[in-house]
Design a protein around this ligand. Structure first.
Ligand code: HEC
Length: 140
């Protein structure tokens, strides 16, 4: 029974920490994965930044398709609001407070990062860019 005590203790610490209700285990696991990838790519990596994520998500980029220069071409400039595809299909808000299951399904997240980063930047997003974007949208 000994190992049960540390488990119970960490559970207590987790539930007692501020904001625990807003965090989701799959999203945290995914962010941890991007953290180790970012560290591997850059030894001086010092954590994700919501501010950097906002700049990246809201900003205009080159290298991708001319009709999709920004993430906000499809996702609304307000992540709290609905977006729409090029074919005018509605896209649920990207802010986690509005669409709580955002960034909880690893396969879905990877599939859309791959596709959308290719459209907007003409390349894959880096682990740091992915983590920054999720941190930005997860804090809204
Ligand atoms: C051409 C339109 C379009 C552009 C441009 C676009 N997206 Fe998306 N994105 C979508 C669609 C459609 C979905 C899937 C529908 C949904 O998740 O509601 C999606 C879903 C996603 C998801 C999955 C979210 C989840 O629920 O887990 C991520 C991550 C994402 N986009 C990131 C980005 C980023 C970062 C950019 C800019 C580099 C971007 N998107 C640009 C259309 C776009």
């Amino acid at each position: 029974m000994k190992p049960l005590i540390p488990t119970l203790l960490s559970l207590f610490v987790w539930t007692a920490s501020p904001g625990w209700a807003a965090t989701s285990q799959p999203r945290t696991t995914l962010l941890n994965e991007y953290t180790s990838q970012a560290k591997q790519a850059d030894g001086s990596f010092a954590g994700f930044s919501a501010q950097r994520g906002e700049k990246f998500f809201q900003g205009n980029h080159t290298g991708g398709k001319p009709d999709t220069p920004s993430c906000t071409t499809c996702h609304n400039t307000s992540p709290m609001a609905m977006g729409q595809t090029r074919a005018n299909k509605p896209i649920d808000p990207m802010a986690v407070s509005k669409t709580p299951d955002r960034f909880t399904d690893r396969e879905k997240v990877e599939k859309w990062f791959t596709r959308n980063c290719q459209s907007v930047l003409g390349r894959e997003c880096t682990p740091q860019e992915k983590g920054d974007v999720i941190t930005y949208l997860g804090n809204l």
